[in-house]
Write a protein that binds this ligand. Structure first.
Ligand SMILES: [Zn+2]
Length: 402
């Protein structure tokens, strides 16, 4: 009998692991210590225990049991909110890395784990502190082992960061009505409380040192990585990423502008590449190393600066390494009738005013006629049709300013 090794894409894995890996008690995970040990060689393999993986591929082992209907699913280790931390012994900036804000985007989590491992292995001197967090903790844990991981449970966690909504969530917490909140409202509150606690601790010990927040994302389309930040702190030549300082103006209430405005963080999103491309982890890692060096936490000689810089720079064609103004956001009104029409599947594509770029049911979606500078279509939605919801973003359009 041929026995198929378990993999996240096997139909068997879908059937067996689609359940929630026991994350019902969110509070227990929020402050839990890191339990992470990357398993397997695939960057995006689910966190099955190594015994279970071994058993699954050995002929005559328990892998045969599922076929007989008496199989016990292997242990899946859920993430805790805090992935790990480093430094904190000498004064310097605080770096907060968030991975999995969108629950299907794990590159940032893997990148943080790998950088943390390298820092520890090489005992790298660190001025300040580095902390890694899981963004959508509940969503990420529910996705473990799923063939089609979901971006969120009830709503996009990278939206709803505005004064009114946050006040509503804080009020629900104060008056003991947490059970009335949906999944992402609960996550927003937990994350915000975590950010505030980290800031309070940092300010007490390092009142004059900045806080950097890197919210690590990936995209469904491939191509150049991007840096979204409402207040750029680094030059393009030092952090070689196409930079979008006005992106948040077309999107409603993303996390980073809120944290920039209300908590004074130097907050940014790094879009590190395509969801399942292993290179995305490398790109997120490179951005984190460069950020730590630029903020003065680590010395250029304490890691392979040249390799990290070269990797990051090499991910963007030279003609795209610019600062952009984001001008337009198009939304999907007919998820099952949405169809990208652009030949290129890259996440940044030069386009012409008036050009038809997608179909949204009966609507033909065009680049605004009014644009006069060189225009680029960003992040065409190429998600799995099952994961697209009404009013999800179809794409954005930006113009180059430098
Ligand atoms: Zn994302």
């Amino acid at each position: 009998m041929f026995i198929t090794p378990l993999s996240p894409t096997s139909p068997y894995a879908i059937q067996q692991y689609s359940g929630n890996p026991s994350v019902s008690n969110q509070k227990a995970h929020r402050q839990s210590l890191p339990t992470l040990t990357p398993q397997g060689t695939d960057e995006f393999s689910p966190r099955f225990s190594s015994e279970a993986q071994t058993a699954a591929v050995l002929p005559g082992s328990s892998a045969i049991k599922p076929l007989l209907g008496i199989f016990n699913p292997p242990e899946v280790k859920p993430y805790g909110r805090i992935l790990g931390q480093y430094g904190g012994k000498s004064s310097g900036p605080l770096y907060i890395v968030v991975g999995g804000t969108h629950a299907n985007e794990l590159a940032g989590i893997k990148a943080f784990e790998q950088v943390l491992d390298e820092l520890k292995t090489n005992n790298v001197a660190f001025d300040g502190k580095l902390v890694g967090l899981v963004g959508n903790l509940s969503g990420v844990n529910k996705n473990l082992g799923k063939a089609v991981p979901q971006r969120c449970e009830d709503r996009d966690l990278n939206r709803g960061w505005n004064t009114e909504n946050i006040a509503k969530l804080k009020d629900a917490e104060k008056s003991g009505r947490l059970n009335t909140l949906n999944a992402e409202d609960t996550e927003t509150l937990a994350l915000l409380n975590q950010f505030e606690a980290l800031k309070a601790d940092h300010v007490q010990n390092n009142p004059k040192q900045p806080i950097y927040l890197l919210d690590m994302h990936t995209t469904s389309s491939a191509g150049a990585p991007q840096l979204l930040t409402s207040k750029p702190v680094w030059q393009l030549r030092d952090m070689p990423l196409p930079t979008f300082p006005k992106h948040h103006k077309v999107f409603n209430h993303m996390m980073y502008p809120y944290l920039q405005d209300k908590l004074g963080f130097n907050a940014m999103i790094v879009e590190a590449g395509q969801h399942k491309d292993k290179k995305s982890v490398k790109t997120a890692k490179a951005a984190l190393w460069l950020a730590m060096e630029l903020g003065g936490a680590v010395d250029k000689n304490s890691f392979d600066y040249k390799a990290e810089y070269q990797h990051l720079k090499s991910q963007t064609p030279p003609e795209l390494l610019k600062v952009y103004d984001t001008k337009h956001l198009e939304k999907i009104t007919d998820p099952t009738g949405f169809k990208p029409l652009l030949q290129s599947k890259a996440n940044m594509v030069p386009v012409q005013p008036g050009q038809v770029v997608a179909k949204d049911g009966d609507r033909l979606l065009k680049i605004p006629e009014s644009l006069t500078q060189p225009a680029y279509l960003l992040m065409m939605n190429r998600q799995h049709p099952q994961t697209i919801k009404k009013y999800d973003e179809a794409y954005t359009v930006a113009v180059a300013t430098s």
